[in-house]
Ligand binder design. Structure first.
Ligand code: PLP
Length: 442
């Protein structure tokens, strides 16, 4: 059973959006917590393999294999959401929706795990010397070796795109187990790249479980386990140092007088958890990370609020995990990530689907940015901090000055979405906004 307070439980069940503040923020990490050296190792691995990435993907030639996204000023979004005054701080959007090749936040973690596996197989078979030229992994002997191995993953979509495309590019037999809510265009795109797509009738957790079971039955199969993978987690964490450089380039200081707020959509927790872990290692108490979850799928919120290690799926509190934010439709938080967030995450706010669309429209109208519904979940973050009683209490209790703050809204996916789907999202959002004028500011 859960230890959620009756008031919180009732509000979650009513599907009314809320901001939950983490009462354990700032406690020390358990002694078993992974060391920050693992973040540095992931950064080093991604950097080392850049020449290989540039060889494998034509679109990475100009960046020499570097996979990163822009930090874009979002002053116009701030204006559109009713905060066009200095008291709201400086707003940015982090454009992971445009990460190359994978088109979502899943790029860093997914590429890191597939590269780490390819590296270990190649070293084991004497094709690659430790620290040697990584481009050897794109040569015929390496491809012939990799073709004997399967790389598989369970996904609602975007992780499958990241892992599937990367694994297929190296010549692995790539298999993606997809849940019922995965979009048809994502399956089509994978099949076009030579990835085997296995469809499952159930939810995300069932697709993952099916993939894990099949992988265990085969000795030459590496299963990318979204619910517990450290290689994914530390690949995601590598985003932090890059953001720190971008903030410095933009002239944004992060210290006690200049807090950094980051709002990231959360599914199983790997991507936002890794980024939070990386940012905390760099900025400590001066960075305040909040996750955004659909009102139907607040899995990280209920896991952290339950205060224990026993898994608490959202179904246990009567929620159905049905949302148009397919990347966030996860009923149970990662058991690797939730304990690590216990002391690091400032809080979680929840978002109804209608709000996702209204914020998607606000992004389009103010910044000419088009994303998928999941990716718009973080947009309400600064408003929660500025306008809600919980947010104001947080700002006051931590002695923060919002006018000196940097606000980063993490946009997490969208550039690979077919244009006709994007038009459908916008049309739906316009219908909603006509029936609810001014609602985007809520
Ligand atoms: C996967 C995903 C997330 C969240 O990442 P998790 O690791 O599942 O928490 C957020 N937005 C988009 C678009 C995603 O695909």
């Amino acid at each position: 059973m859960t230890a959620l307070s009756p008031a919180l439980l009732a509000q979650l069940q009513s599907r009314r959006p809320l901001l939950w503040l983490n009462p354990r923020l700032g406690q020390h990490l358990p002694a078993s917590a992974p060391a920050t050296a693992l973040i540095a190792a992931a950064e080093a691995r991604l950097a080392h393999f850049e020449p290989l990435m540039a060889t494998l993907f034509a679109e990475l030639a100009s960046s020499k294999g570097h996979v990163e996204s822009q930090l874009m000023s979002a002053a116009a979004l701030r204006g559109a959401l009713g905060g066009d005054d200095a008291a709201a701080g400086a707003w940015f959007v982090k454009r992971d929706d445009q990460l190359p090749v994978a088109g979502s936040i899943k790029a860093r973690g997914g590429f890191h795990e597939v590269l780490a596996f390819a590296e270990s197989v190649a070293i084991e078979h004497g094709i690659l010397a430790a620290g040697g030229d990584p481009r050897v992994l794109a040569t015929p002997p390496a491809r012939a070796l990799f073709s004997q191995y399967t790389v598989s993953v369970g996904s609602t979509g975007n992780l499958g795109l990241s892992i599937g495309v990367m694994a297929a590019a190296l010549g692995f037999d790539a298999v993606v187990h997809m849940s019922a809510d995965a979009k048809a265009w994502k399956k089509d795109r994978l099949r076009q790249r030579g990835v085997r797509v296995v469809e499952h009738a159930g939810d995300y957790a069932e697709a993952v479980a099916a993939g894990r079971e099949q992988a265990l039955a085969s000795p030459r199969c590496h299963f990318v386990d979204d619910e517990s993978s450290a290689l994914l987690f530390f690949g995601y964490a590598a985003a932090a140092r890059h953001l720190a450089r971008q903030l410095a380039d933009a002239g944004r200081v992060v210290d006690a007088a200049h807090p950094l707020f980051v709002y990231i959509p959360c599914g199983v927790g790997g991507a936002p958890g890794g980024i939070t872990y990386g940012l905390k290692a760099l900025f400590g108490e001066h960075v305040h990370c909040f996750f955004a979850e659909p009102v139907a799928s607040p899995c990280m919120l209920v896991q952290l609020a339950s205060g224990g290690d026993a898994p608490v799926p959202v179904y246990d509190i009567g929620l159905d995990n049905r949302t148009d934010a397919d990347g966030l439709a996860v009923g149970q938080a990662s058991h690797l990530v939730s304990p690590l967030m216990t002391s690091q995450l400032a809080g979680v706010f929840t978002v109804p689907d209608d709000q996702l669309y209204l914020h998607l429209l606000a992004l389009k109208q103010s910044l000419d940015v088009e994303v998928e519904p999941s990716a718009a979940a973080g947009v309400g973050g600064p408003g929660w901090l500025r306008d809600s009683p919980e947010g104001r209490a947080y700002v006051r209790d931590h002695g923060l000055d919002l006018s000196a703050a940097t606000q980063v809204i993490w946009l997490t996916g969208g550039s690979l979405v077919p244009p006709e789907e994007l038009r459908r999202f916008q049309a739906h959002a316009e219908t909603l906004s006509r029936s609810r004028p001014g609602a985007a500011q809520a």
